[in-house]
Structure formats: structure tokens, C-alpha cells
Design a protein around this ligand. Structure first.
Ligand code: UTP
Length: 420
């Protein structure tokens, strides 16, 4: 232990993180071991490198050449053609070549709800029924299972922070009768959080705060936990990827699937039309000829208002985290190291007095991989613009338009007009 302690101390000195041992003397033997082992496993070079690099590059302009990414619009597809696409997609689902990955490893810091975001419940007053985001997603898959007489394999990405609680929640609810042998959880990667001064923070006096490293880590994590092999053993050819927080997400969508296959694409995303040209919303585009996302600070009014000859806007497709990939496409990028993006999030920490402090505003940088960064490894992709009233009702926080009440209203409204 003395040896380990010395090694840990030397690492902290090298990276200027000695504050992490501030409470060491007061810790129990077990707690000391937890802290020292954690220090010895964290890649300080990586996290400090990310912090230093993002300080330098945060104002750098992207010099990539921007061009539009063509989109299909769901409500403009000819009815007869649409039937053809749907039947291609239905064949894939019916022949059990389709699986779903739900990315539920996020921290949900904006919502500020204690517990995995998927366990957040919406209360439907009219019927006095409560449904969690996991239940809503499960019901969506069960509907598809019933319609196509299959059981769609459902893979759920959790994080070290929420894995245990997520699994317990599924157990408590008996998986809402989803055949449990077809539900698999896998844990995504993590990184320490770092404050504005480049210091890692403590979650407990004996524990450094780490958090999931972004939904783009899904490919590496699927590879690491043999999820891709499991899919291959089941003969899966197409996989839907979605977030957990959109209560109108349609994972098993035969039109989306069939259109992607008919247009000979290997990856696809759904989008919604960005109404306000300067809304703080990233849009799909091509960068240096490859599918990419254009951040809102890279968009000016002229670009946002530019149109194709047919009158369609070129850069107005917002990402709704609803993607489709062929198994070959997943294999192609499974081990690729995607870039990290920096975000600023609110995270509780142990202060110098050893007290837990919950900040009122963001206090830590989090480095995250984004799933769409995987798309630049392909020459093209399919983009399907859908109706936000039918497919987009995310829950992000209580103050923005993406709050639980609005999501609930949109969900209720949708299901009043559709057969459940
Ligand atoms: P968001 O970027 O909205 O993050 O995730 P979040 O964690 O839900 O909420 P905030 O930003 O902390 O408030 C979009 C989707 O990606 C998943 C989330 O669970 C959500 O379904 N996600 C995000 C992951 O699976 N892992 C991550 O590391 C981050």
C-alpha cells in the first residue's frame, strides 16, 4: 500500500492534482484503498490534455468546406412509393434482422432528477397512469413486436453511475413483460470531470467524480462488451440508435429502414425542420464532403437562409438523435476514437471543508463523444425529415420548451390521434 500511495502521490504532483488527497488522513483503510486505486487507474494525461487542448482550440474556426446534405421529407414522399419502402423495412423487421440500441448513459444534469433519466415518470392525469421513459420506450417496442410477430433485441447503454439503478428498475417492473432474454445492458466509458481551473473534483472525500463520456462512446462500448458479436450471432443487419428522453421516438420505423435500404445507404438520421434561422440548434451538413453536424455558432443568417433551386432550405435539418446503421457500418467504426467535445455542466462536489456542495450553475467541464461524429467515416448518408409533432418530444429540463409537461402533452396528443 505504501508503494501504491507513493506512486499515486507522484502522479498527482505531476499533474498538479494534489488536492485530491486533502482528506486522506481522515479516511478509513478501505476508503484510502478506493481512492488510491482510482488515482492509479485514471488517465490523468488524457483528461488534463483534453482540458489544455480545449482551452486553446475553443475559439478556433473550423476551416472545413461546408456543403448541404440532401434530405427526404416524409410528408412529400409519394404514397405508392412509400408503400414500397415500408414493405422493404417490414421485411427486415419480420425476418428478425433488426435491433434497437437505447443510449441511456447520460447524466441528465439539466433535468436535475435524482436517478437514471429513463426512470423519470410522466403522470397522465386523465387516466391517472404514471409511465417512465423506459416504460414508454418499451411499449413502443412491444407494439412493433406484436405487429410483426417478433421480439426485437433491445440493447441499453448505461453508465457506471446509473447501471445498477437502471437494472433494478427493470427488475422492479418485471421488464414490463418484455422477454428479458432479449434485453441486454452494457456500460459505456467514463472520464473524470474537471473544473474551470483544471482541477478534478471529489464526489466523496475518498472518490474522484467521473461521468459518462458521451453517447458517441456507444460504438467503442458495443465493441468492448461484445454487443456487436451478439448482434451478429442473431443475424442482425440493421440497428436503430436513439436517446432515452424522446417520448415520441419511433425505433422500429419500416419507412425509415426501407428508404435507407432502397437508397443504398448504410447510415441514416431523422431530422426536424429548424423554423427560426438563428435558433441555437446544430444542423446536418457535409464537411469536406462527409456527413457532419454544423454547430449553431458556425451558422450565420445567410447560410441558414440559403436554398436549393427547388426552394428547399439547405441547412435547416436539426438532429433528434434517431439514427439507423447497418451492422457493417457499425463494425467499420467500432474501434475509431471519436473526438471529444467540451460541455459545461452542473455537478455536486466536496468542498475544501469536506462538505458536499451543490452548485446553482454549471461548474465543471465534461468531455463527450457525440454519435454523429461517427458519420464522417462514410461518404454519404440518408436524412429523413419528419414531423416534430409525431416524432420529437424530448425531456431536457424544466425551463426550456423541452420540459416534461410539453413532452407529455405532445405524447397525449399524438396517441389521441393514433391507434395505440
Ligand atoms: P443529452 O446530451 O441530452 O444529455 O443526451 P443528458 O445526459 O440526457 O442530459 P444533460 O445534458 O446532462 O442535461 C442525449 C441522449 O444521449 C444519452 C442520454 O442518456 C440521452 O438519451 N447519453 C448522453 C448517453 O447515453 N451517454 C452520455 O454520455 C451522454
Amino acid at each position: 500500500m505504501i508503494n501504491k500511495f507513493r506512486r499515486a502521490k507522484a502522479i498527482l504532483k505531476k499533474y498538479n492534482q494534489e488536492h485530491l488527497l486533502l482528506f486522506y488522513k481522515e479516511l478509513t483503510k478501505e476508503q484510502r484503498e478506493i481512492l488510491i486505486d482510482q488515482i492509479l487507474t485514471i488517465d490523468f494525461g488524457e483528461i488534463i490534455g483534453l482540458y489544455e487542448h480545449s482551452k486553446k482550440t475553443i475559439n478556433d474556426k473550423d476551416t472545413a468546406i461546408i456543403s448541404p446534405l440532401y434530405h427526404y421529407e416524409k410528408n412529400l414522399i409519394d404514397a405508392k412509393e412509400m408503400q414500397g419502402f415500408i414493405s422493404i423495412g417490414e421485411d427486415i423487421i419480420k425476418s428478425q434482422k433488426f435491433a434497437v440500441v437505447t443510449m441511456a448513459g447520460g447524466q441528465g444534469t439539466r433535468l436535475g432528477y435524482k436517478g437514471p433519466k429513463g426512470t423519470y415518470e410522466l403522470k397522465f392525469e386523465e387516466t391517472n397512469i404514471k409511465k417512465s421513459l423506459f416504460q414508454i420506450m418499451c411499449e413502443d417496442l412491444k407494439r412493433a413486436n406484436k405487429k410483426y410477430n417478433v421480439t426485437i433485441p433491445w440493447y441499453i447503454m448505461t453508465s457506471e453511475e446509473n447501471d445498477k439503478k437502471t437494472k433494478e428498475y427493470f427488475e422492479e417492473n418485471n421488464y414490463w413483460n418484455y422477454p428479458r432474454e432479449n434485453v441486454k445492458f452494457f456500460i459505456q466509458g467514463k472520464l473524470p470531470l474537471i473544473d474551470v481551473d483544471g482541477k478534478l473534483i471529489l464526489q466523496e472525500t475518498y472518490l474522484i467524480k467521473t461521468a459518462s463520456n458521451g453517447n458517441g462512446n456507444v460504438f467503442n462500448s458495443m465493441s468492448k462488451h461484445n454487443i456487436i458479436k451478439d448482434m451478429q450471432s442473431k443475424g442482425i443487419q440493421w440497428v436503430s440508435f436513439g436517446g432515452i428522453d424522446n417520448v415520441l421516438l419511433k425505433n422500429a420505423d419500416p419507412l425509415f429502414l426501407g428508404l435507407t435500404i432502397a437508397k443504398d445507404q448504410k447510415i441514416a438520421s431523422k431530422s426536424i425542420f429548424k423554423q427560426d434561422p438563428l435558433e441555437k440548434n446544430a444542423v446536418f451538413c457535409k464537411k469536406d464532403g462527409k456527413p457532419a453536424i454544423l454547430d449553431y455558432d458556425e451558422i450565420d443568417l445567410e447560410l441558414s437562409n440559403s436554398k436549393f433551386d427547388n426552394g428547399m432550405y439547405k441547412y435547416r435539418d436539426s438532429n433528434i438523435i434517431s439514427h439507423l446503421m447497418s451492422i457493417d457500418a457499425i463494425i467499420k467504426i467500432k474501434d475509431v476514437k471519436l473526438p471529444y467535445h467540451r460541455s459545461y455542466k452542473k455537478n455536486a462536489f466536496v468542498n475544501e471543508e469536506g462538505m458536499k456542495q451543490v452548485p446553482d450553475s454549471p461548474n465543471t467541464f465534461k468531455y463527450e463523444n457525440f454519435i454523429f461524429d461517427g458519420f464522417k467515416y462514410f461518404d454519404d448518408m440518408l436524412l429523413l425529415r419528419v414531423n416534430p409533432n409525431e416524432e420529437f418530444a424530448p425531456i431536457k429540463d424544466f425551463r426550456s420548451e423541452f420540459n416534461p409537461d410539453t413532452a407529455k402533452e405532445k405524447y397525449e396528443h399524438y396517441w389521441k390521434n393514433h391507434k395505440f
